[in-house]
Each structure stands twice: as C-alpha cells, then as structure tokens.
Design a protein around this ligand. Structure first.
Ligand code: SDX
Length: 429
C-alpha cells in the first residue's frame, strides 16, 4: 500500500497520497484536497510547496549537495565544459564525442542574429540595462524564425535550442558594445562558445584579440555553476509561462525578467555594489554586519538561500577559484579581502548562524567577473547566459509531460465582501 498522509479539518479527515522521489524526498499530493474538503493549502513564497516532479537537478540544502542529472557539481565544474553541461541538462545524458561535436557545430552555425536586428540595439538608450535588452531581443529574435514558435519533433527542438543558446551570447555582447559606443562584433567560426562571447565583448574591428585561456576557463566554470538550480524563481517563471503552451523563447524571455531582481540573479551585481560601498566608506566589516542586524532594509547581499541551510556548494567552488584566477591574472582586488572578512565575521555571528545564512553563488562570482573584466551591469546577463540550458530543460519537461496542466495557483481572498455600486453623486469624500 503506497504511503499516505491524513489531514483532519473540523469533522472531516481525508487521506492524501504521498509521493517519494528518487532521493527519498517526500511530498504530500494535495491535488484532490479541495475537491475532497473544500479547503486549500496556503504557502507564502512556496517554501514548502513542490510545483512539479522533475528529473533535471537535485539539491540537498542541508548537506550542500547539487547535482545536474545525477552528476555532482564539483565534478562537472572541474572536468566538464559549459557546452557539455548544457547538453547534459537539456538532453539528459552526457554527449558522446560525435554528439558533442555536432552540438558545437550547431551552436556555431546559429551564432548570428538577423542583420535587421542590429538596428534594434540603436533603439535603446545607451544607459538601458542589458537585462532589459536581453529579454526584449530574445523575443525579437524568435520573430525572425516563426518556425521556432512550435516544435513538432526532436529535430526542431534541437534546432531551436542551438539557436537560442547561441544567439543570447551574440545579443548580450552586442548590447554591451552598443552601450559603450563601440562597433558590434560578428562572432567567429573558429572560436568555441565562451571564447567567442569574450571575443564579441572585447574584440575590435581593427585589433587582433585572442581571449586569454585562463579567462575563458574561469568564465566557462562560472557558466557551468549557473546552469540550473531546480525550481528557483526564474526557472519556476519559465515553467509557469511554458505551462500555458507559450513558446520556448517567450518563456525564457520571462525567465530573464525574473532573474533580474536583486533578491535573485541581480544579487551578483548588488554584492559588488555593497563591497564597493564598504571599501569607499572605510566602514569596518564588524560595523557593516551590525547595520545588517539592526536595519531590516540592509541585507548582506550574496548571503542566505531559500534551500541551502549550509554552504552553497557553488560558493565554495567560486571562493577557491577567486584566489586561483586573481593570482593567474595578477589581479589584486581589495573587494575580495572585504568579502572574505565579511564572511568570517558573519559566520561567527549568532544572527547569521541562527538563521542558517551562508554565502550563496552570488557572493564570490562578481569578484571573478570583475577580475576578468566583465562590466558590473553585465553580471546578471552572465548569470542569464549560464541559466539558459536549465531554463530550456525545465521548459521541455513541462512541454513533454502528457499530464501537464496550466499553472494556476489558488488564493485566500482577504478583500472587501460583497457590496453594491454607489453612483458618483452619492459617494462621500
Ligand atoms: C540566487 O532559489 C535559488 O536557487 C536561487 C539561486 C539560483 O541559482 O537560481 O540560488 C540564485 O538567487 C541566490 C540568492 C541571491 N540573493 C541574495 O544574495 C540576496 C540576499 N539574500 C536574501 O535576500 C535571502 O536570503 C534570499 C532571498 C536569498 C532568501 O530569502 P528567504 O528564503 O525568503 O529568507 P527570508 O527573507 O525569509 O529570511 C529569513 C531570515 C529573515 O530574518 P527574520 O525575519 O527571521 O528575523 O533571514 C534574514 C531575514 O531578514 N535574512 C537575511 C539575509 N537573508 C535572509 N538577513 C540579512 N542578510 C541576508 N542576506
């Protein structure tokens, strides 16, 4: 007999089926609760609510475990590449040599954006945030290939995957070039994914530019670490939009907007702004931590997580990479010293310990992006480029689910009860 849970409300008790996942996570299936009892569950922020069954990414927040399709993030970060990890997340298995080569060629084949799109960038003010441009241009790109709006088969899905993954790089680099008044660079056919992005960011028409291998490796690892993270805010947004059978490009464009928030992907930019402010003011880390504890509007950005109640494994990898990358590049960054001191101070403080607040992926990623020359307002764009394969994999999981239903949560209404219309002449005040 499958396990079940009992729920009693007033004089009624119902038995609810229990679902156990492959890592022994247990969920009470309440999909029939309202029909059986007339009541619903309420869970502000969905901290206790599973929205789906998913086979893509597993997180154990207590043990600091993160696996993509069963592979530990530590092994993928050390041994794999962003393109290979993207294939793994989207298609479910590590590619063999031929599959990997074919995927790479597909990405190279689709790296250009339609020539007419180049003029769209001129329509944005130079001060436009690149996340606004990225979201808008992802939808714009799909308008040039209407066949991307639907997938009849695996081949057309794979085609759209390569186009989306490849073009977000070109769009992002072009938005940066436009913002600094430099010529937009065409991608090269002889460079791989991450190298080509760096070339489009820093290359100049009249200048030979070859991306530094250490920089390429550091950025590729950052993209791997950001590639997926189960049902986070932006991925849930992509699934929500995809559940209405909106196309992949519209769903991912919505994910970009959700990621932009400073509580989510925008935190990497907010961390550097916080560290820069501390550095400029000369405030001690102890004093800043006191302010965080005393002022509910001051947060230690890059700390805390809804799921990780111990170290975010990605933060551990990035912290180790900081030393290595800055050393290799001969970069001294006072913000790294402040970050390390802040971490030490916070992890000894009861306020953070009692709330299980540890560094998350955003706490150290910005230090490395600064060291490799990524401009501050592009940090969250890099997060988005990294997260594209995870969003695609989750959108596909919704799309392929034969029992998929449109996401439509309920609510508990707390507004005015019924009342009659009052003509304007009779209204008070
Ligand atoms: C990402 O979900 C994902 O997987 C996201 C992500 C991914 O890969 O997709 O991992 C990427 O978004 C990482 C998180 C980046 N955001 C930040 O670094 C912003 C700072 N952190 C927080 O705002 C916060 O920790 C969240 C948003 C990350 C989590 O928020 P929760 O789970 O809603 O926690 P909460 O706000 O309810 O906080 C619980 C307590 C509160 O104190 P009390 O009311 O109990 O007194 O902890 C406090 C909060 O005030 N708290 C913090 C804090 N984070 C939580 N206090 C100071 N500084 C912080 N950073």
């Amino acid at each position: 007999m499958a396990d079940s849970a009992k729920l009693t409300y007033q004089d009624k008790t119902v038995e609810l089926p229990v679902v156990v996942g492959s890592e022994n996570e247990v969920g009470v299936d309440v999909s029939k609760l309202r029909a059986q009892t007339g009541i619903i569950t309420l869970d502000d922020g969905y901290g206790n609510t599973g929205s789906c069954l998913s086979g893509i990414t597993y997180i154990d927040g207590e043990k600091g475990i993160l696996r993509y399709r069963g592979y530990p993030i530590e092994q993928l970060a050390e041994k794999s590449s962003f393109v290979e990890v993207s294939y793994l997340l989207i298609f479910g298995e590590l590619p063999n040599a031929d599959q990997l080569q074919e995927f790479r060629e597909h990405l190279t084949q689709h790296q250009f954006i339609h020539e007419s799109m180049r003029h769209h960038f001129e329509g944005f003010p130079p001060t436009a945030h690149p996340m606004a441009i990225l979201s808008a241009m992802i939808n714009a790109a799909s308008c040039f290939q209407p066949q991307l709006m639907k997938f009849e088969d695996d081949a057309s899905f794979a085609d759209s995957v390569a186009r989306l993954m490849s073009k977000v790089r070109t769009i992002s680099a072009a938005s940066y070039k436009q913002s600094i008044g430099q010529a937009i660079m065409y991608p090269r056919f002889d460079l791989r994914y991450t190298s080509n992005f760096l070339y489009m960011m820093y290359g100049r028409p009249n200048l030979d530019y070859e991306p530094d291998e250490d920089v390429v490796r550091a950025l590729d690892q950052i993209l791997i670490l950001h590639a997926d993270h189960e049902q986070n805010c932006s991925t849930s947004t992509v699934r929500m939009v995809g559940s209405s059978q909106a196309n992949l490009w519209a769903s991912v464009a919505a994910g970009v907007c959700a990621l932009w928030g400073p509580l989510h992907g925008g935190a990497n930019q907010a961390v550097i702004e916080m560290l820069t402010e501390i550095s400029a003011s000369g405030e001690s880390c102890e004093s800043f931590v006191r302010r965080v504890k005393d002022d509910p509007d001051t947060r230690l950005m890059g700390f805390g997580h809804r799921v990780y109640k111990s170290f975010d494994p990605r933060a551990k990898i990035l912290k180790a990479a900081c030393d290595k990358v800055l050393d290799k590049l001969g970069v001294q960054d006072p913000l790294l010293d402040i970050a390390i001191k802040l971490e030490e101070t916070a992890l000894k403080d009861e306020y953070f310990v009692a709330r299980n607040l540890y560094p998350n992926v955003d706490f150290y990623s910005g230090i490395i992006m600064r060291a490799i020359g990524i401009p501050l307002n592009m940090f969250t764009v890099l997060f988005a480029i990294g997260r594209i394969p995870g969003w695609i994999a989750n959108w596909r999981e919704v799309h392929l689910n034969p029992k998929a239903r449109i996401y439509r949560p309920r609510q508990i209404y707390t507004g005015e009860t019924a009342r009659d219309y009052v003509p304007v002449q009779q209204r008070q005040g």
